[in-house]
Design a protein around this ligand. Structure first.
Ligand code: TEU
Length: 563
C-alpha cells in the first residue's frame, strides 16, 4: 500500500474528520491569543475580524480547530483572564455579531471553534464583585466570592497562608477590614463554588456559547474551583506543585470537582454532537490527571508533561510512557491523549529546548535571555524535531500560535513594557509570560510586520520580521512549510489506538517508536548522525533530502513509513 492510497485512511479530509462526533480525539487544535493574532482596525490590539480575515491561513496550515483564549470584556489585568462579562465580546476585540461571523466562517471551512471558560474567578470590575464590595460582610453578594475575617488582634493578618500563583499572599484586604481570596492577581477574586447560584450561572454560560455554535470549551484552572473552606482554614503554602495526590488538598484537585464536571457533561450532551471540553490543570501529571477526562466529565485534559520536559531522550520516553499508562488507568473510553509543547503561559519551545536542563525556562526569561545565552539555531532544530515527535504520537495535539513560524521567545521585552501581572507582583523578579504573546509577524516590514496598521500593544523586536509568514510561504525549508507538510501527512496517518511500540537502536540518544499502521518516528538526541533504519523516509525535520541513504543529523527527527 502506498502512502497516498485512499484506503489507508478513508477520512483524510477535514470535512469527513470534522463530521465525527468525537473529532477531538485526534484533532490538531491551534491556540489563538486573539489580541496578538491580527489587528483589523489599527488600534494595536488583535481582534475577531483580524482573526476572521486570517482563517484561510489556518485552513491552509491544516489544523482542525481553533481555541480562542478569552476575548470577553476585561480590564486586562491578566491578559483577559479577568473577565467582567462572561457572555459578551470586549469592544476592543469586536462584537457578538463579529463572533458569530467568525464561527460561521470557521465552520464553512470545517474548522471547529473552542472558547475559554474561566470559572475560578472574575474581574474586580465584574458587577458581582462591585456589589459584594458595596454589601455588608455575610451578605448574599459577598457569598458569591470568598470573603473572610483576618487573623491577629485586629484582623490585620490574612486569613490563611495561601499563596497567589502570581506571587505574594492570595488574600487582599478591603475597606471594611475583611479579606477576599484571589489565587491569581488581586484583580481576579475567586468565586465561591459552594454557592449554587455560581454553579447555575456557569451551566447557563456554557449553553450561551454552545447555542452560538461553539464546538467546545477549554476550562481554565479546572483543578481549583472546589475548595475546603471549613474553619479553621488549613495551611497550604505550596500552590499546586506539591499535592497529596488523594484529593485532600484544601485548594487543588479536590474530589468534589468531579461532581461539578459531571453536571457540565449533562449540558454538553444536550447538544448534537455533544460539545467537547478540555481541562487545564497544572498538577503534576498522574493517574488523577485523567480523572477529568472520563467520558462522563470533561472528556479531555491537557497533559503538560512534554512541555515540562527538557531536551533529553530518556525524559521524553519516560513522559510518553507515563502519560500513556496514566491515561489508560482512567480514560480508555474517554478523551484520549493530549500533547502540548507551547502555550501562552510558558516560554516558546523554540527557545526553551536550547536551554541546559538545569536552567528553569522561567528563570532564563527573567534574566532577559542572558543567562545563559542560547543557540537559537539549535533551539529551532530541536523544536522542529520535538514537534514532529509530538505530531506522531497517538491522540490530539495542541499548537500555540506562532510556533508554526518557529518563533523564539522574546526574552528581552523592556521591563517597562511588560504587562504580565506576575512581573508586577514580584517587583520584576519574575518577568512572566509576555515573551510568547508578542503579536505575530505576517509581513517582513511595516509598522507591526503586517499584524496591523499601527505598532502593536506589546513591542515587537526588529528581528521579528525575519519570521514573517510572507517570507516563510516562499521558503521551502521554512518552519511553516514543515508544519504544513507534517499536518497534511499526519491527517493521512493518524489512527485511533492509544499505544505505541518502542523500537531499539544501536545508538545512544535515539528515540524511535512505531504506530500500528507502520508510521514510525525517529529522533536523534545524540551528537552524531544516525544511519536511518529500514522504511521509507517521508518527512525530515531539517528538510534534508528524503533519500534513505541520508543519515539523521543530531537534534532532528524523521518520519518513516514501513507498513
Ligand atoms: O493558567 C493557570 C496557571 O496556573 C498557570 O498557567 C499560571 O499562569 C502559571 O502557573 C504562573 O506561574 C491559566 C491561564 O492559562 C493563565 O493565562 C491565567 O493567567 C490563569 O489561568 C488565571 O486565569
Amino acid at each position: 500500500m502506498s502512502l497516498t492510497d485512499p484506503d489507508l485512511h478513508p477520512q483524510v479530509d477535514r470535512q469527513s474528520r470534522s463530521a465525527r462526533a468525537d473529532w477531538w480525539r485526534d484533532a490538531v487544535v491551534y491556540q489563538v491569543y486573539p489580541r496578538s493574532f491580527a489587528d483589523s482596525d489599527g488600534d494595536g490590539i488583535g481582534d475577531l475580524q483580524g482573526l476572521r480575515s486570517r482563517l484561510p491561513y489556518l485552513d491552509a496550515l491544516g489544523i482542525d480547530a481553533i481555541w480562542l483564549t478569552p476575548f470577553y470584556p476585561s480590564p486586562l489585568a491578566d491578559g483577559g483572564y479577568d473577565i467582567s462579562d462572561h457572555r459578551d465580546v470586549d469592544p476592543r476585540l469586536g462584537t457578538l455579531s463579529d463572533f458569530d461571523q467568525l464561527v460561521s466562517d470557521a465552520h464553512a471551512l470545517h474548522l471547529k471553534v473552542i472558547v475559554d471558560i474561566v470559572p475560578n474567578h472574575t474581574s474586580v470590575v465584574h458587577p458581582w464583585f462591585r456589589e459584594a464590595l458595596d454589601s455588608a460582610p455575610g451578605s448574599p453578594a459577598r457569598d458569591r466570592y470568598i470573603f473572610r475575617n483576618g487573623r491577629g488582634p485586629h484582623g490585620e493578618l490574612p486569613p490563611s497562608d495561601w499563596k497567589s500563583h502570581f506571587g505574594g499572599s492570595a488574600w487582599q484586604r478591603v475597606e471594611d477590614g475583611q479579606w477576599y481570596l484571589h489565587l491569581f492577581d488581586t484583580a481576579q477574586p475567586d468565586l465561591n463554588w459552594q454557592n449554587p447560584g455560581i454553579r447555575q450561572y456557569f451551566l447557563d454560560t456554557l449553553r450561551f456559547w454552545a447555542d452560538r455554535g461553539v464546538d467546545g470549551f477549554r476550562v481554565d484552572v479546572a483543578h481549583s474551583l472546589a475548595k475546603d473552606l471549613s474553619e479553621p482554614l488549613r495551611s497550604q503554602p505550596t500552590l499546586d506543585r506539591q499535592l497529596p495526590m488523594d484529593g485532600s488538598d484544601p485548594l487543588y484537585d479536590r474530589n468534589e470537582l468531579h461532581d461539578i464536571y459531571r453536571s457540565w457533561r449533562a449540558v454538553f450532551d444536550e447538544y448534537e454532537p455533544p460539545r467537547m471540553a478540555v481541562a487545564e490543570l497544572w498538577t503534576p501529571t498522574s493517574s488523577r490527571t485523567y480523572l477529568y477526562a472520563r467520558p462522563d466529565e470533561l472528556g479531555q485534559v491537557f497533559d503538560f508533561s512534554l512541555l515540562n520536559a527538557p531536551w533529553d531522550r530518556n525524559r521524553f520516553v519516560e513522559v510518553i510512557n507515563t502519560s500513556i499508562a496514566d491515561h489508560a488507568s482512567h480514560a480508555q473510553d474517554g478523551g484520549g491523549l493530549t500533547w502540548v509543547l507551547s502555550t501562552h503561559d510558558v516560554p516558546r519551545h523554540a527557545s526553551r529546548l536550547a536551554l541546559p536542563s538545569a536552567v528553569a525556562p522561567i528563570d532564563w526569561v527573567s534574566s532577559h535571555g542572558l543567562q545563559p545565552l542560547i543557540d537559537e539555531d539549535l533551539g529551532r532544530r530541536r523544536a522542529h524535531a520535538a514537534t514532529l515527535m509530538m505530531l506522531a504520537l497517538p491522540g490530539s495535539a495542541y499548537l500555540f500560535q506562532g510556533e508554526e513560524l518557529g518563533l523564539p521567545e522574546v526574552a528581552d521585552i523592556p521591563i517597562d513594557a511588560v504587562q504580565d501581572p506576575i512581573a508586577h507582583r514580584t517587583g520584576g523578579a519574575v518577568k512572566g509570560r509576555d515573551g510568547c504573546r508578542v503579536p505575530l509577524p505576517w509581513q517582513s516590514d511595516g509598522a507591526s510586520f503586517g499584524f496591523g496598521e499601527q505598532q502593536s500593544w506589546l513591542p515587537q523586536p526588529p528581528w521579528l520580521g525575519r519570521y514573517a509568514v510572507q517570507a516563510q510561504l516562499v521558503d521551502g525549508r521554512s518552519s511553516l512549510q514543515l508544519y504544513r507538510a507534517a499536518l497534511s501527512l499526519r491527517h493521512a496517518l493518524q489512527t485511533r489506538e492509544t499505544h505505541l511500540v518502542w523500537l531499539s537502536q544501536d545508538v545512544d540518544g535515539a528515540l524511535h517508536f512505531r504506530r500500528t499502521n507502520g508510521w514510525e518516528c525517529l529522533v536523534n538526541f545524540s551528537n552524531k548522525p544516525i544511519p536511518l533504519p529500514p522504511g521509507q523516509p517521508i518527512l525530515r525535520s531539517d528538510c534534508t533530502p528524503l533519500g534513505p541513504g541520508t543519515p539523521l543529523n543530531p537534534d532532528t527527527a524523521v518520519w518513516l513509513w514501513r507498513p
